[in-house]
Structure formats: C-alpha cells, structure tokens
Design a binder for this molecule. Structure first.
Ligand code: PMP
Length: 328
C-alpha cells in the first residue's frame, strides 16, 4: 500500500491552497498510448481550482490597499470562485456577497450558505443583459461601503495564480518534460496562466483550448470569430468573449467537446479509477485525449481536474437530472 508521499504540515488553511497532487489517468493513457496526467484541484480546501484565483485576488487587493480589515468581497460566480472567496474571507476576517445564476447546482448554494456568504441568486441571462450575474455583482460592490469587486473575469491576479502556481507545479511534477497541456475556459485564468507559464519554460509545449459546445472561443482561435454553436450543461466553463485573463493566451490548437463525450470520461474515471469529478473535468480529459491523438503516442500531456463530483450529486450524478438534460 502506498499513501500520498509528500505529507504536508500547513501553518494555516490558506497554505493548503495549491501544491495539488498530479495523477496519471490510466484509462485515457491506455486509450492513446500517451501519459495523460490530471492536476487534482479538487484537493484544494474549497474542493476546486478556484481557491487559487480567490487567494491571489484577495491578496492583490490587500497589497493595493483596496481591502480594509472587516471589508466585504463581492463577486459574480458560477459558484466555485464564490466558495474559494468565502473560505479565504473567513480565514482573513472579511465578509462575502456572492451573486450566482440560479441554474447552478444546489450543492454549491448550500456550501456558500454554510460558509456564511450572503447569496444573491439571479436568473440566467446573456452577458448583454444588465441582470447578468457579473453586472449585478459589480453594482452591489459599488453600492456597498467598504466592498471590493473581485472581478475574476478581468482581474489578471486570477491568471497570475496559475503562472506562478499551477504552471510551476506542473513543470516540477512532470520532471520538466511536457508535450502538451489543455483545459477549458471559464474566466480563462487557468488556460492563459498555465499556457504562459509553461511556454516560458519550453516554447515547444503545445497549449490547446478545450471548448464546450455553446462557447465562442473555439471559433475565435480556429477562425478569428467569436461565435457559439449549441449548448452545454457544464458548470463553470464556456466563455463568449476575450476576457482580460484570456488576452494574449498562447493557444496553439483547439478542440470542441460535447457534454456526452465529457460525461463518458467523467463516468469512466469514476467507475474504473475511483475519481469523482465535475463535468468540466470530464470535458478536459476528453480534450487531453484529443490532444494525445493529435500529438501521437509516447507524449506527456497534462490537464486539470477542476472540482469534486460531490458538488454535483443532485445534477450530474442524478439519473433523473441527466435524463431531463438529455445526457445519457
Ligand atoms: N471548471 C469549473 C468547475 C469551474 O468552476 C471553473 C471556473 N469558473 C473552470 C472549470 C474554469 O476555470 P477558469 O475560470 O480558470 O477558466
């Protein structure tokens, strides 16, 4: 029996953010003749990759003197950034107001309430609609004394977390031998930050965007036009514009992955490797398999396992929900 080798003694909760383990994914590796690795972001204290951005955004605001003791952090989020911000806020003595579309999973809402965040639910709306969760959160921040707006989409402290954190860790964990990296984009902080960080190590590393249906980035990187087709029920990914975090992202190639394909990998990873993940992780793994097929056998490829599947027991892992969404 082998346990996690580098047991860590952290001085506080915030020191548990990042330095996540990397796991070789057997099924995807066997299917392609490559070594495909997943970065276990579900092991962060808030169980998602967004703890990293939350910590960097809060500490950047502190360093700039924008956030005072007892202040409030306001953000619009699909949920995971809100959870990250709420736990960072609790550890540092701030309050949080989180604006979220009501279509997100019940588990995320319950987690945010348990963390003590004030939760504001808004209907799902187009970005051009003033009721969109991003615009609503900005308004609340402007109207609340002592509040900052985290602004994860256009605040590049987000991608900085991945340039100096996630990319450095991957480079070290993969023994400085990486052929390709891929993941999907929500804010784009992960793909842009890891892409920039890895390109600085080795320009030859292929950075691939994995886009869900309904997002506009595949067409942008393939044909220079922001255009979306279809839709996806994956939470936390699917972008329709070039956010400040995506600006200058070094994307070499791109794949479009359906929910069905992403779910098939999510299911296989759970059934055959005991990994319980959210749908964005399955979509990322499907993208890593596509990248492995493009690069050819023997390559070393990394992707992101963004969050825990326990956050989606009422949705992705509920057969009735899947039937209602046409996900079989
Ligand atoms: N997967 C999940 C489940 C997420 O919550 C997010 C963040 N919205 C992402 C992927 C995408 O990460 P990023 O914002 O860095 O593009």
């Amino acid at each position: 029996m082998q346990m996690r080798s580098d047991t860590l003694t952290a001085p506080d909760t915030l020191a548990l953010i990042g330095n996540t383990p990397l796991v070789r994914l057997k099924g995807p590796s066997d299917a392609t003749g490559c070594d495909i690795f997943g970065k276990c972001e579900f092991t962060n204290p808030g169980a998602s990759i967004k703890d990293r951005a939350a910590l960097f955004i809060v500490e950047d605001a502190e360093a700039r003197g924008l956030l005072q003791p007892g202040g409030t952090i306001v953000e619009g989020t699909a949920g995971n950034t809100g959870i990250g911000l709420a736990l960072v806020a609790n550890a540092k003595g701030y309050k949080t107001i989180i604006v979220m579309p009501e279509t997100q999973s019940r588990e995320k809402m319950d987690t945010l309430r348990a963390l003590g965040a004030e939760l504001v639910l808004v209907p799902a709306a187009a970005f051009s609609n003033p009721c969109h969760f991003v615009h609503t959160s900005r308004r609340i921040a402007e109207e609340t004394p002592g509040a900052i707006w985290a602004n994860q989409f256009d605040n590049t402290a987000n991608r900085h977390a991945h340039i100096i954190g996630t990319a450095e860790e991957l480079w070290r964990q993969m023994d400085e031998r990486i052929d390709g990296f891929t993941c999907a984009a929500g804010t784009g902080g992960t793909i842009a930050g890891v892409g920039l960080g890895l390109k600085a190590k080795d320009e030859a590393i292929c950075i691939a965007l994995t886009d869900p249906h309904g997002a506009a980035l595949y067409n942008y990187y393939a044909h220079g036009e922001l255009k979306s087709e279809g839709s996806s029920v994956a939470e936390g990914i699917g972008q329709g514009r070039i956010t400040a975090n995506l600006d200058g992202a070094p994307i070499d190639t791109q794949f479009r992955i359906s929910d069905a394909e992403g779910y098939a990998w999510t299911r296989q990873l759970l059934d055959e490797e005991g990994l319980c993940l959210g749908l964005s992780s399955g979509i990322n793994v499907a993208g890593a398999v596509a990248l492995a097929r493009q690069l050819g056998p023997g390559k070393r490829i990394a992707t992101i396992l963004c969050d825990t599947g326990f956050r989606y027991l009422s949705t992705l892992y509920n057969p009735e929900w899947r039937a209602a969404k046409g996900l079989v």
